[in-house]
Write a protein that binds this ligand. Structure first.
Ligand code: IMP
Length: 193
């Protein structure tokens, strides 16, 4: 691939928070990020990879560029991994309060976020996947104003007890599933010919 204007990654997403996080991570690798604000197809499936694959194929068809998409989910141990790949739907329907209700009086609050970044060239012939994970626990109450989705109830184990929503983007990027998947993508993307 040719990069006459320096390295650029085109991130197809309708979520400005995801883009803000990605922009900072990619800048660590001198990769400029461009947001293509579009909702790529989001299928329902048990696998984040299958969801990301369908999204990236839809995205390249629509914009004819090499692009990345990202799909993520929150997996709660005592709920056997729910909401997992259905996190977006559950966020829209039950929301943070719904998760807190499901977890009322539950002692084991272990959970993790998983992220899959999918890259495809415009021809859609070969898709590359990059994974990132962060272990944590579900808070007893929502805390913090930053971020999005389940950030107010997720406390990363490597942190200091604050939820993601109580952290700046830079702090969240130190631990987050998305930042970890994007760093793997960036390492690979930088090495492309
Ligand atoms: P998506 O399908 O990748 O957009 O993400 C599914 C859902 O998981 C989102 O709607 C959020 O509720 C949740 N989610 C994914 N990543 C994060 C995150 O970094 N923080 C909080 N919630 C997240």
């Amino acid at each position: 691939m040719n990069f006459p204007y320096g390295r650029v990654a085109f991130f197809v997403t309708s979520n400005i928070h995801k883009f803000q996080e990605a922009k900072r991570v990619l800048a660590e690798y001198d990769i400029a990020a461009a947001m293509i604000k579009m909702s790529a197809l989001e299928i329902q499936d048990d696998s984040l990879e299958n969801i990301a694959k369908a999204s990236v194929l839809d995205a390249v068809k629509k914009c004819n560029l090499p692009v990345i998409v990202e799909d993520a989910g929150l997996f709660i141990k005592v709920l056997n991994g729910f909401p997992g790949p259905y996190s977006s739907y559950v966020n829209r329907t039950l929301g943070v309060e719904g998760i807190l209700k499901l977890m009322r009086d539950v002692e084991d609050r272990s959970a993790y976020f998983l992220s899959v970044v999918a890259f495809s060239n415009p021809d859609g012939k070969e898709i590359k996947f990059f994974h990132g994970k962060v272990e944590g626990r579900i808070a007893y109450e929502a805390r913090g104003e930053s971020g999005f989705g389940f950030d107010p109830v997720f406390i990363p184990v490597e942190g200091d007890g604050r939820t993601f929503a109580e952290m700046s983007t830079e702090e969240k990027n130190r631990f987050s599933h998305r930042a970890r998947a994007l760093r793997k993508f960036a390492e690979w993307y930088k090495k492309l010919g």
